[in-house]
Design a protein around this ligand. Structure first.
Ligand code: FMN
Length: 167
């Protein structure tokens, strides 16, 4: 057993599933980001939580629109994932940049990702301050699954590069 930095300990605490968190601005324009810090957190009511950093753009969209979509990634979505997970929605239209395919949701205005393994349509249920992040808890209004697809995990970081596998 050795004492290490928090960053190193958190990095060891993997794999983490990768989800796109998508919301819309006041004109209905979508943007989003990737969140490895995500979890199912209640069956009744049906709830899902994501921790988004306060410095980012997406959390502001959710605070305004009170809704978001959680789209679970797979290997096919790795290229868009790298864009959504590294660029700021303030200066980049990540949807037109990546040409990622979208579908209309049933209950929310934010789009689904057509090729995601799972899409959860969420309305904002609760917002919890958590230091440099905000935890958004979404009430799941609808769940969509592509039965033939797997779930992508960020397995570890080697020399600053993230490695992914799907299960
Ligand atoms: C695999 C992966 C996991 C990530 N997990 C998180 C996370 O859980 N929370 C977070 O705030 N940022 C996370 N990020 C970083 C954001 O997705 C990234 O900073 C993004 O560009 C923010 O976009 P925005 O400013 O448009 O919201 C992750 C990035 C990657 C590639």
């Amino acid at each position: 057993m050795e004492i290490v930095s928090l960053r190193e300990a958190f990095n060891k605490f993997k794999p983490e599933s990768c989800v796109f968190v998508i919301s819309i601005d006041e004109n209905g324009k979508p943007s989003g980001m990737i969140a490895g810090w995500n979890m199912k957190c209640s069956m009744d009511p049906p709830l899902f939580a994501v921790a988004l950093k306060k410095k980012g753009h997406t959390h502001r969209l959710i605070q305004q629109s009170k809704e978001f979509v959680v789209a679970v990634a797979n290997y096919e979505l790795l290229d868009p994932l790298m864009v959504f997970g590294s660029r700021s929605g303030k200066s980049t239209d990540k949807f037109s940049e990546t040409n990622v395919k979208t579908s209309k949701a049933v209950h929310v205005k934010s789009p689904l990702l057509t090729d995601a393994t799972i899409n959860f349509e969420c309305e904002l249920y609760k917002e919890v301050d958590s230091g440099d992040h905000i935890i958004f808890i979404g009430r799941i209004l609808e769940s969509h699954v592509n039965q033939d697809k797997k779930v992508l995990f960020n397995v570890k970081k080697v020399e600053g590069k993230r490695l992914f596998e799907e299960f």
